[in-house]
Design a protein around this ligand. Structure first.
Ligand code: SF4
Ligand code: SF4
Length: 166
């Protein structure tokens, strides 16, 4: 197609690009966008922080618990964190709306908190993480509910007794 034919076609059919930002546009299937974090299902293993090639993920101890931050302008959207997360607590959305003014760069962060709790067995302060699901045989819903309010030591004891019974 020569340039004149192309020009004539575009003249009659309108522009071939989306009107964005003045109108709607589409998102490609399987687009890798902004990271989302679900603190309630996180096991606190910090695998995502260790594996992130860009250093975008940071866990920090705070008086309230363990805070999670993922800096969107540092993330390279590789998907490694989602791929290796054992509980599906971190995932890539298809949201690409990340353009921002320079003075807004410190607001471009996904924040979460795994709060402190008191262990239901010994009363020790521990993080309210989700129990590890990667065990055999798989935990039942009842076992998961029992483990949830326990500290790591009491969870380990529970798992030892479980193994001895099986
Ligand atoms: S459970 Fe997933 S989100 Fe939580 S620390 Fe581990 S890898 Fe990260
Ligand atoms: S997608 Fe890649 S770069 Fe972004 S937070 Fe996850 S592991 Fe890090």
């Amino acid at each position: 197609m020569n340039i004149l034919t192309l020009f004539a076609r575009n003249l009659f059919h309108g522009p071939v690009t989306d009107p964005f930002p003045f109108g709607p546009t589409s998102t490609a299937k399987r687009f890798r966008g902004r990271i989302e974090f679900d603190a309630a299902s996180c096991e606190g293993c910090k695998l995502c922080e260790r594996l992130c090639p860009a250093g975008a993920i940071k866990f920090q101890k705070t008086p309230e618990g363990l805070s999670f931050d993922c800096w969107h302008d540092t993330c390279v959207f590789c998907g490694t964190c989602e791929f290796y997360c054992p509980s599906g607590s971190i995932r890539q959305t298809d949201d690409w709306h990340l353009s921002h003014a320079q003075d807004e760069k410190y607001q471009l962060v996904e924040h979460g908190l795994i709060p402190n709790m008191k262990c239901s067995e010994c009363g020790a302060t521990a993080l309210d993480t989700a129990p590890m699901q990667n065990v055999k045989p798989p935990l039942t819903a009842e076992e998961t509910a029992k483990l949830r309010p326990m500290c790591p030591k009491c969870r380990a004891k529970f798992m030892r007794n479980r193994k001895a019974k099986s």
